[in-house]
Design a binder for this molecule. Structure first.
Ligand SMILES: NC(=O)c1ccc[n+]([C@@H]2O[C@H](COP(=O)([O-])OP(=O)(O)OC[C@H]3O[C@@H](n4cnc5c(N)ncnc54)[C@H](O)[C@@H]3O)[C@@H](O)[C@H]2O)c1
Length: 279
């Protein structure tokens, strides 16, 4: 039997209760992935994502969507969730780490508490998640053996693939975001390092660096929204917000075997934002 999907197996998406994570979970399901683990702090958001997936894909498939409440800033919570995913699905083929928060403020106006909260989710939390994913992936067989029906060529086979969501602000600066930028730069650096360390075990690790995307994160209050519309969006060559699904599609591509020679990379998905910094 020929596979109908480029993403056979089990996909985990952290931060899938909202925005880019939700869109990524939907994109995996629409690409034919039938086993999805949805992680977030926000259980109501996860339930909505599950409903949206079931609506989009229909009930006549072998779709299995499981919700795991998880606080990525808490190591025990992360271990519990990833252990739960392994127990539920036996494998973990793709992990996309989207959970994130943003607190604005110049360094001299920023509290240590907010600095720590930012790092504990965006950098330390991402590393905790990625470490658990790597532990599971290292211990499992190649996907060409696990899913023979997918007819994955041995050269392109993988044991697993991780996509970490960083940000364009890992590469360039914007006013009022030192703690966020630092955490996202850390996420990119961890990605490169893990990409190198696990290449020989056939685990790929990549990062996506979104530009300015229309999500609840970019809608915190009317004043900030207005600032975003008139500053970063206007210095984006495409002069618009990206859509969560435009980030999601790149995540699904990078996760799957079609991206089999891509590892340790940071992909900008930003309407030309980074390319056009001298704009
Ligand atoms: N929206 C943008 O313009 C933009 C740009 C660049 C990068 N990003 C990054 O993309 C990712 C997704 O952002 P989004 O725009 O979808 O925002 P969002 O606010 O819509 O989604 C973030 C999700 O992360 C979850 N989350 C927050 N703290 C958590 C925790 N401790 N444990 C588990 N889950 C937690 C939230 O509950 C939420 O569901 C984030 O990492 C963000 O930094 C967003």
């Amino acid at each position: 039997m020929t596979s109908k999907t480029d993403v056979p197996g089990v996909a985990l998406i952290s931060g899938s209760g909202s925005g880019i994570g939700r869109a990524t979970a939907l994109a995996f399901a629409q690409a034919g992935c039938t086993r999805l683990a949805l992680l977030d702090l926000n259980e109501a958001g996860l339930s909505t994502t599950k409903e949206l997936i079931e609506e989009a894909v229909g009930s006549n498939t072998s779709l299995k969507v499981h919700i795991f409440k998880c606080d990525v800033s808490n190591p025990d919570s992360v271990t519990r969730a990833y252990t739960g995913v392994k127990e539920t699905f036996s494998r973990l083929d793709y992990a996309v780490h989207c959970a994130g928060v943003i607190y604005f403020g110049r360094s001299t106006d920023f509290s240590l508490e907010d600095f720590d909260k930012q790092n504990n989710v965006n950098y330390r939390g991402l590393w905790l998640c990625s470490r658990e994913a790597l532990r599971i992936m290292r211990s499992q067989s190649l996907d060409c053996d696990a899913y023979p029906e997918a007819q994955i060529p041995p050269t392109r086979a993988q044991r697993g693939s991780i996509v970490n969501i960083s940000s364009g602000l890992a590469l360039v600066s914007q006013s009022n975001c030192p703690a966020y930028s630092g955490a996202k730069a850390g996420a990119l650096a961890v990605t490169r390092s893990d990409g190198i360390d696990y290449a020989s075990e056939r685990i790929r690790v990549n990062a996506v660096l979104p530009g300015i995307v229309d999500s609840p994160m970019t809608n915190p209050d009317p004043e900030t929204r207005k600032w975003l519309e008139t500053n970063p969006v206007q210095s984006t060559p495409m002069r618009r917000f990206g859509l969560p699904e435009e980030i999601a599609d790149v995540c699904v591509f990078l996760a799957g075997n079609k991206a089999s020679f891509v590892t340790g990379a940071g992909w900008c998905v930003d309407g030309g934002f980074i390319a056009g910094m001298a704009y």
